[in-house]
Design a protein around this ligand. Sequence first.
Ligand code: NI
Length: 165
Amino acid sequence: MRRPVLRRAQEPSGANSNRSDKRIYEYTNKQSHILFGLPILLEQRISMKVNLKEKFSQFHDHWHPRIIGELNGQQVKIAKVKGEFPWHKHDQEDELFLVIKGELTLEFKDKKHILKAGEMIFVPRDTEHKPSAKIETQIMLFEPSGTLNTGSEENEFTRKDLEVI
Ligand code: NI
């Protein structure tokens, strides 16, 4: 698992600096270099409200997660999904899927779950699973930072260096 390294892009300019200044920090790891403020806000005991509807309005493609936050080494991601996603497993990471809108099917080798808005499922590590959705569905994911969406496989669905929105 890749562990991102956080460092400040600029020091807060003292007690009178405004809050938006404090949100601008660099977030770096070996493969990406993006602005990411939430972990630093939390480190400084500053809360931040997130409006999911507004976040979902910022993108339209399917099976392409965006990062909306990170805490305790875990990332909170959102994605719009529709159609079939390939079977895969994550060797080290447990995953959580929460359905915000629509309907998500989560298939395992021995069972199948249908999740409606407001329902969530825990997917254990090292367990083959296949998400799919008949209609466009909005989901939130909670998983360790660096978890690859296609797990131990890389294919046309693999998305790396996810955008932070
Ligand atoms: Ni997965």
